[in-house]
Design a protein around this ligand. Structure first.
Ligand code: FCB
Length: 476
């Protein structure tokens, strides 16, 4: 069966600065929280770090050539605050010049640059002043955004403030699985609010500079479902996860308020004391585009699962739940095929999520909706001729593009899709062991090889349609 994408649908791929650039100490860059966190014993698998990563800092031109070969229309990348303004000091001309050259290279290849200002890599110097738990960081983020705009605003039209603030706040400050590795419910809540505030301040300032910019944010969202929709305990568990992961960010951004049930859940943690008059108006700036990152959904209950739990811890270092007020909520595996991350493959969740976000948030606001990340890690095998026959990843991609088309058929105006990731890279606390790329990176030689999934994606992009044949099912 062949299904066509809308004529203006954009196909791209995504990466993030710390995950690919390397050159961690070159040309004036100083530490971000990820440089520091990766040195904590046991924090990252094999104590790996982003010092070299994919050496994209030196190989960006070759990487853009690969994007062009794939036929990508757009490329979503992030700028490193520690490279542009080391220690949040003055602008570093060599640092910003790297992004200027990258943007020129993209434009020369006919690829639309899609810039994300913050993909988790706060300057360590700011963490030492309290990080995102310190309200001042929101204003400093706005100033950093303007510094990037000073240099690139003439050539970059699409600006995303934050990538996945839920992860920055709650995986970084509450669970301690990500940098900076704190395990505090109150710090996570403060970080979440200040990230939202920083987003609102940056959008307002960029809009004042140039009303023609396309401004937005990217959230990671889940579809939280009760194991038994007839059991109030299960329904409440799903409500909590939806509130603390999805609506904590969606509601202030699109509705200018925190959800009442969420405020009740976290009342004992003093959350409302952080929220000052005017903050929610500042946060709820009108947006041009909104990105959803989707990997899978969650099936939850207030009872533990009887089947074996999937492990989501990168190492055996002690960590906490990312949810400040969901003690006693348990995830239940559904017995679906899993990726190398042990994430269940649930393509229909993407359809469901897009339909919901379109109906409840972006549609009423008149904001364009994109899938800014979706992808899968698999344990790739390199054939003797160097090729990678990653049939599972190709199938994953097809299933999720099919789900996007289903959402479009249901009336949601989804404007584009970015595969995560263009190339294998530093998967945070999982290090280099998890490969998400449609392009393989050999970390010994830095050689790039387009995988079969990359060829399959290129064919879809070229045809602007998805043809699904009888593919082998994903292995369990
Ligand atoms: C997302 C992140 C991205 C990558 C993928 C697998 O949460 O935005 O950097 O780690 O997951």
């Amino acid at each position: 069966m062949t299904r066509a994408f809308p004529a203006d649908f954009l196909f791209g791929a995504a990466t993030a600065a710390y995950q690919i650039e390397g050159a961690a100490h070159d040309d004036g860059r100083t530490d971000s929280i990820w440089d520091t966190f990766s040195r904590i014993p046991g924090a990252v698998v094999n104590a790996e770090n982003g010092d070299v990563a994919c050496d994209h800092y030196h190989r960006y031109a070759g990487d853009v050539a690969v994007m062009k070969e794939l036929g990508l229309q757009t490329y979503r990348f992030s700028t490193s605050w520690s490279r542009v303004r080391p220690d949040n000091g003055p602008v570093n001309p060599q640092g910003i010049d790297f992004y200027s050259r990258l943007v020129d290279e993209l434009l020369g290849a006919g690829i639309k640059p899609w810039l994300t200002l913050y993909h988790w890599d706060l300057p360590q110097a700011l963490e030492e002043k309290g990080g995102w738990a310190n309200r001042d960081t929101a204003e400093l983020f706005r100033d950093y955004a303007l510094s990037v705009h000073d240099a690139l605003g003439d050539r970059v039209g699409v600006w995303t403030t934050l990538n996945e603030p839920w992860c920055s706040a709650f995986v970084g400050y509450t669970a301690g699985v990500h940098a900076p590795g704190r395990q505090s419910k109150t710090d996570g809540l403060a970080a979440g609010h200040h990230l939202l505030l920083g987003h609102g301040l940056a959008v307002q300032a960029l809009r004042e500079r140039d009303p023609g910019l396309e401004l937005g944010i990217t959230l990671n969202l889940t579809v939280a479902k009760p194991v038994d929709p007839a059991r109030p305990g299960d329904v409440d568990a799903a409500r909590r996860i939806d509130g603390q992961l999805n609506r904590f960010f969606l509601d202030p951004i699109f509705r200018g308020s925190y959800p009442a049930d969420l405020l009740d859940d976290v009342a004992h943690l003093g959350f409302t004391d952080l929220v000052r008059d005017g903050d929610l108006a500042q946060i709820s700036q009108p947006l041009d585009s909104f990105g959803v990152n989707y990997y899978n959904g969650s099936l939850v209950s207030d009872r533990p699962t009887e089947s074996a739990q999937l492990s989501h811890d990168p190492t055996n270092r002690a960590t906490s739940s990312p949810f400040p007020a969901a003690d006693g909520v348990f995830n239940h595996p559904q017995g679906l095929p899993v990726t190398a991350m042990d994430w269940e493959v649930q393509p229909d969740g993407l359809r469901e999520l897009l339909v919901r976000v379109g109906a409840e948030y972006t549609g009423p606001a008149g904001t364009d909706l994109y899938v800014t990340e979706n992808g899968a890690a698999y344990d790739d095998i390199v054939a003797s001729d160097g090729s990678v026959h990653d049939a599972d990843r190709t199938r994953f991609l097809q299933l999720h593009l099919d789900a996007v088309l289903d959402a479009i058929d249901e009336g949601v105006d989804v404007k584009g899709y970015f595969y995560w990731s263009l190339m294998d890279n530093y998967e945070w606390a999982w290090g280099y062991q998890k490969r998400f790329g449609i392009v393989r990176v050999d970390y010994d030689t830095q050689e790039r090889t387009i995988k079969d999934s990359g060829r399959a994606y290129a064919a879809i992009v070229a045809a602007r349609s998805l043809t699904t044949a009888a593919e082998p099912a994903l292995a369990k």
